[in-house]
Design a protein around this ligand. Sequence first.
Ligand code: FES
Length: 56
Amino acid sequence: MYVCLCQGVTDGQIREAIYEGCCSYREVRDATGVATQCGKCACVAKQVVRETLSDI
Ligand code: FES
């Protein structure tokens, strides 16, 4: 599922960034570019990061 349409970032890519070492929303944003344009996806992106971090 696409979380960020501006940058074409999926929830899978966000999870992958975390599995590869990102441990905060900020790091995921820097690594994937999620929420760096219109910012509308920030809420959902943060939620995916939170859920993924609490799973590992
Ligand atoms: Fe993610 Fe616009 S949808 S920055």
